[in-house]
Design a binder for this molecule. Structure first.
Ligand code: UDP
Ligand code: MG
Length: 314
């Protein structure tokens, strides 16, 4: 693959209705400022006609590349695959459902030219998304910000432009639970933002189910913060002091005051309380262990069925 000025990496999971419009708007937007660009579609196991459309585009346009996964591996992994394959001065990460306007890329690129390694697109308005999603996202990012020791921009998704230096550093981060916006923030570098209004999704259903979103949030937290572990160990410490006092009181009241409480209520409350806290703590620890487990199995992060990118071509 030749070295281009800009590569656009787009994960695609059943986006057949957006692809052609996306391609046309991208081509128009990119050719405004360079002819040396490429568009990399990562087909994340689509079951509709997305792959056929990509293949068609890549045949007629030399700017278009595709990476076809053997199954659905998830959005973050699809982006990471694009990053491994791309080979250019700058790379744009964006969604394939037209919620991220291709027309903004020119602005991102000119900010890069001013000397920023990371130019992220910050959502000013967020239309057509449920209040539950907007609310949970708001709460998550504000919480997450407090848990991590570095700065992360609020109200941004993965839509951004990064320099080759950032791509190279990202490719060196071998963790399997990918949370790219966290990884990029962790890397540091010069950041700048460009504002935009996020449109509602035009076609098809949202592909990020709540279970996928929960996993992403947990990957973010476990990947960048040990605060939950510290919190449960503190909680355990405080509760064990409290329990110890209750034990002393129980012995004292039995042997000295000679009256034992027959209370079932106090018993059931304390055992349910301790039981709940224990399960919660085990759950938190389990989330971390699960990721250690995943990282120790040295499986490839994704499997590529076919691609038209030749990695040895320089
Ligand atoms: N996507 C993917 N694999 C998945 C889920 C989503 O490649 O398992 C892609 C999807 O096709 C889209 C992007 O990731 O291009 C963002 O997904 P979506 O619009 O559903 O989520 P949003 O970010 O809008 O919540
Ligand atoms: Mg979307």
């Amino acid at each position: 693959m030749k070295k281009s000025d800009i590569s656009v990496v787009i994960p695609i999971y059943n986006e057949q209705d957006s692809l052609l419009e996306l391609y046309e708007r991208l081509t128009k937007s990119l050719s405004n400022f360079t002819d040396n660009y490429d568009i990399i579609f990562v087909n994340d196991g689509s079951s509709d006609n997305s792959l056929e459309i990509m293949l068609g585009l890549s045949e007629k346009d030399k700017h278009v590349y595709y990476i076809n996964f053997s199954r659905n591996f998830g959005h973050q992994i699809a982006l990471s695959a694009g990053l491994e394959y791309c080979h250019s001065e700058t790379t744009v990460l964006m969604d394939g459902d037209l919620q991220d306007p291709p027309e903004l890329i020119e602005k991102l690129y000119s900010k890069y030219k001013e000397g920023f390694d990371v130019v992220y697109a910050k959502r000013q308005k967020r239309e057509g998304e449920t209040w539950v999603k907007k609310f949970t996202a708001k709460v998550f990012y504000r919480l997450f910000k407090r848990m991590i020791p570095f700065e992360i921009p609020l109200d941004t998704g993965d839509f951004r432009l990064i320099s080759q230096k950032v791509v190279k550093s990202l490719n060196k981060m071998t963790e399997r639970s990918k949370f790219l916006r966290g990884q990029i923030a962790w890397l540091g570098f010069n950041h700048a933002e460009v504002l935009f209004d996020r449109e509602p999704r035009k076609h098809g259903e949202i592909k990020y189910s709540y279970s996928k979103l929960t996993k992403l949030a947990l990957d973010g937290i476990t990947g960048f913060s040990d605060k939950p572990l510290i919190m449960v160990s503190r909680l355990g410490f405080i509760i064990s002091i409290f329990s110890f006092l209750v034990i002393i009181y129980a012995i004292f009241s039995h042997f000295v005051l000679k009256h034992s409480i027959t209370g079932w209520t106090s018993l059931i409350i304390s055992s349910a309380f301790i039981g709940g806290i224990q399960l919660l703590s085990i759950g938190v620890i389990g989330e971390y262990i699960n990721r250690i487990n995943n990282n120790t199995r040295e499986r490839p992060l994704f499997i590529v069925k076919d691609t038209n990118i030749k990695s040895d071509e320089d």
